[in-house]
Structures are given as structure tokens and as C-alpha cells.
Design a protein around this ligand. Structure first.
Ligand SMILES: [Zn+2]
Length: 462
């Protein structure tokens, strides 16, 4: 059993949807359903901090559960011109109406950041948003924040205690590179990645950290993928620590994401990695599988991948997400090639098995891996009942068999709710055997056994 104190032997009893007892003395009572987890690890259900599932909530939430993720934290999907509040309300209604197999928390996406008002932010807070999301990229989609827009959004959010997530790529630089690539004699699938270099991410991360410090905002940095971006996070945290005269940062194994990870403005600085940036590098863009790996930010150099591995081990990274994309986003037509037409990776079901398998090979302790896939994301967004096996927490449980071999996309672990994605056929050490949400079994012996519509919509505590 893997609880916040580390792995221990024993049993766990769930009653009325919550963890009732945990420890060596726990025994089944009359009428209890029993799951024999002999030889397996009993883990808290996974919490995926980064998903885009609203276009296929049913399929994606089921794939999530098949891969041991019981809480999906998704972005809302505003329509063209739609304000964050109405889009968030639609997303919550879809979950509350029985659309999801897993529990779902929602990040409020903002597609017109320069028009965002304090009232808009108050509205999403009242509706149960766990964060606000703005973008420093995608001028071609009309959703890029100006510097002023970013700062004002952060101030509005900071005043209301709402974390701000920022997509960190410098959209103006990328736009110039797109224009240049559009006039080149040839383009390939890899062009999409080439116009989104590491420096575009690093410039944006540096800028966001500076703005968040001034605004006093909690900032959450999704899908960090470069050595320079990770160094910028470390530097912001250690500047804050020096100013306060304390140690540089929390150690690995401390209780969760964020409390020690303050930035110079006093707000939290939280860093996310996504599983595709951990398990693959830019070499895939020279292979026939290039299309499957198109994602923003793109896959990086082997050196960046190694730096990310170190950051997962040393506590720099707080959470690991899938950036699950239920439907591909069209590539900017100016740089589309015959083979490169859409981007976004379906990985919601693959995330937890991939990270546990990768982590075992890399020698990371299981307690650290559980922080990254479960308790870290829950802590980052204010869900104390999720992501950890303690009495009173929701009875979201995964039985993981570390000695099994599993093949993604075949049998127990589907790669995603939609599309095939790049992980099909990957062979992993370990496999998901059993999954329940609030005590309701969804997966047994690696097969679907649960209701498809029992997921609840979550409201964060702040
Ligand atoms: Zn995303």
C-alpha cells in the first residue's frame, strides 16, 4: 500500500465511498467485497492534471480509468467568442449529467485574455473552477494574451485565490518562424516542431515567472519540456527562498505540491511535465511515426529529456500530465504538409502506466511516482480528498501489479479515449489490475466492470 508515509504492508477498507481504515490490522467484514492485491501495489487513483476531454468525455474518462486515473482535471472548451464562465458551466453540466466514468475537475480556459474582467474571474471561481488558463501562443487562433492581458489576468486571479496556468511558448517568435517556414521550398511533418524551438518556451517561462512575482499570483506551468525552463523554475524558487532566508526548496518526499514551492512574489510556482516529453525525444520526427508525436510544445532533444528526468527525481516537477487531446487540432495551414495535418496526443489512459514503468526503470521510489501522478496534481488544484490513501479521503484505489507485462492499446490499458496515439504496442513493466472510484469498481482483472456515467464534478477547496 502506498500512502503519503511510503509503502507499507496491510489492507485498506473503503466504506460509503471513502477510505475507512488502512493498515496491517484491516480485515474484511461480513458482506464486504474483497479484492486480493497480493503481490501488487495498492495506490491512490491517478489524478491527471492536464486533459482536453470535453470533445469526448465518455471515451476519454473510460480510457483514463482503464489506465488507473480516477480523477480527470480537464480544460473547458470555450466556443468562438464565448467567455470563460458559460464555457465552464457547460462543461460542469456535461459531467453532472452523467457524461463521465471518472470524477472531473475543471480548469477555466480563457480564449480572450485581453478582455478578461475581474467579474469574469469571480464568475468562474463561483462556478467551481480550480484554475484559470491563458496562452502566450496561438496568435493564429486569436487566443494569445498580450503582456498587459497576462498581467491583468494574474492580478484578477491572485485577488481571488485562483491559480493561473499559462501555456508557455512565445507566440510572437513562433509566428515569425511560421512565416519564414511558409516561404521555404519544402515543408515536412517535422516543420511543426521546428517552428516551436526550446528557446520559445524558455522565453515565455521566464516572462511568466516575472509577471507572477509582480502580480502575487499562484502560477502553474504546464508541460515544461526544456532544461532551460526547469532551471528558470529552480531559480525563481531559490530566489524566493533566499529572500526569506530558508532552504532552497522542499525535499522530495515532503507532503505535496506547492507549499514549499513559492516564487519571489509569494505565490506558488508549480511545474508540470507531460508524459510524452519524458518517454520520447525529437528523434521521432525523423521517423514514419512523426505525425503521431505532433504536440505543442514539441518533443525535445535527448539532453532536454535527460534534464526532465532529473527534475522528476529532484522535486523540481510537481505533477505529470497527459495533455490528452480528445480530437486533434489542425496544424496552421501555412506550414501543414501532406503528412502533418493535426496535432495533440491521446494519452490519458497511458499516462500512469507509462510513468510507473518509466519510473521503475529509472529507479525512482514508488512514493515519489505517486506524488507525481496522484497527490501532486490533487494538491496543486485544491482537491484534498483525491490522490492519497488516508482515512477520510475518497476511496479511489488502483491495484498495480509491478511484475506483470502489459502492452498499451492491447488488453487492459487503452491508449486514449479517442484516436490511436503513439503508444499503441508499447510494452510496459507492470499493469493495472483493479480500479475503483469512491469504492465503485470500474476495472477488475484488467477489464471494464463499472458504470460509464458515475463520475462527479468536483469543486476545489481554497
Ligand atoms: Zn494542453
Amino acid at each position: 500500500m502506498v500512502s503519503p508515509g511510503g509503502p507499507t504492508a496491510g489492507g485498506l477498507r473503503v466504506a460509503d465511498g471513502v477510505v475507512a481504515e488502512i493498515g496491517p490490522e484491516v480485515a474484511a467484514g461480513p458482506g464486504d467485497g474483497v479484492v486480493d492485491a497480493g503481490g501488487c501495489l495498492v495506490l491512490p487513483g491517478g489524478v491527471d492534471p492536464h486533459c482536453h476531454v470535453m470533445a469526448d468525455l465518455a471515451g476519454a474518462s473510460r480510457a483514463a480509468a482503464m489506465g488507473g486515473t480516477t480523477t480527470v482535471l480537464s480544460f473547458s472548451s470555450p466556443e468562438a467568442g464565448e467567455a470563460p464562465g458559460p464555457a465552464l458551466r457547460r462543461a460542469r453540466d456535461a459531467v453532472a449529467g452523467g457524461g463521465s466514468a471518472t470524477d472531473v475537475g475543471l480548469h477555466a480556459a480563457c480564449y480572450q485574455p485581453d478582455e478578461l474582467s475581474g467579474d469574469d474571474v469571480s464568475e468562474v471561481v463561483a462556478l467551481g473552477a480550480d484554475a484559470l488558463k491563458v496562452f502566450l501562443a496561438y496568435p493564429e487562433l486569436g487566443i494569445m494574451a498580450s503582456g498587459g492581458g497576462l498581467y491583468r489576468a494574474m492580478r484578477h486571479a491572485a485577488r481571488r485565490g485562483l491559480p493561473v496556468q499559462v501555456h508557455c511558448e512565445d507566440g510572437e517568435l513562433i509566428e515569425a518562424l511560421v512565416e519564414e517556414a511558409a516561404t521555404a521550398p519544402t515543408r515536412s511533418t517535422a516543420t511543426f516542431a521546428q517552428v516551436r524551438p526550446a528557446v520559445a518556451e524558455e522565453l515565455a517561462v521566464t516572462r511568466v515567472l516575472a509577471f507572477a512575482a509582480l502580480a502575487g499570483a499562484d502560477c502553474y506551468l504546464p508541460h515544461l519540456s526544456t532544461a532551460g525552463a526547469l532551471d528558470a523554475v529552480r531559480s525563481a524558487r531559490s530566489r524566493a527562498a533566499r529572500a526569506e532566508g530558508r532552504g532552497a526548496k522542499r525535499g522530495v518526499g515532503s507532503s505535496g505540491a506547492g507549499e514549499g514551492n513559492r516564487g519571489p512574489g509569494g505565490g506558488r510556482v508549480l511545474a508540470e511535465a507531460c508524459v510524452h516529453h519524458i518517454v520520447a525525444d525529437e528523434g521521432v520526427y525523423a521517423t514514419p511515426a512523426a505525425q503521431d508525436w505532433l504536440v505543442a510544445p514539441p518533443l525535445r532533444s535527448a539532453a532536454d529529456v535527460a534534464a526532465l528526468g532529473s527534475a522528476l527525481a529532484d522535486g523540481t516537477v510537481d505533477t505529470v500530465g497527459s495533455d490528452h487531446s480528445a480530437v486533434p487540432t489542425p496544424v496552421d495551414p501555412r506550414i501543414a504538409s501532406s503528412s502533418g495535418s493535426g496535432y495533440g496526443i491521446p494519452g490519458i489512459g497511458a499516462r500512469l502506466p507509462l510513468l510507473l514503468s518509466w519510473g521503475a526503470a529509472a529507479g525512482l521510489p514508488i512514493g515519489r511516482l505517486v506524488q507525481l501522478v496522484s497527490s501532486g496534481p490533487a494538491d496543486a488544484f485544491g482537491y484534498p480528498a483525491k490522490g492519497r490513501l488516508v482515512p477520510g479521503a475518497d476511496g479511489d484505489v488502483v491495484v498495480w501489479d509491478p511484475s506483470a507485462r502489459s502492452v498499451l492499446g492491447v488488453g487492459p490499458v487503452a491508449p486514449g479515449g479517442s484516436g490511436q496515439g503513439p503508444y499503441v504496442g508499447w510494452e510496459l513493466a507492470g499493469g493495472v489490475r483493479f480500479v475503483c472510484v469512491r469504492g465503485v469498481p470500474l476495472v477488475g482483472d484488467g477489464a471494464w466492470v463499472g458504470p460509464a456515467d458515475g463520475g462527479r464534478v468536483l469543486t476545489p477547496r481554497r
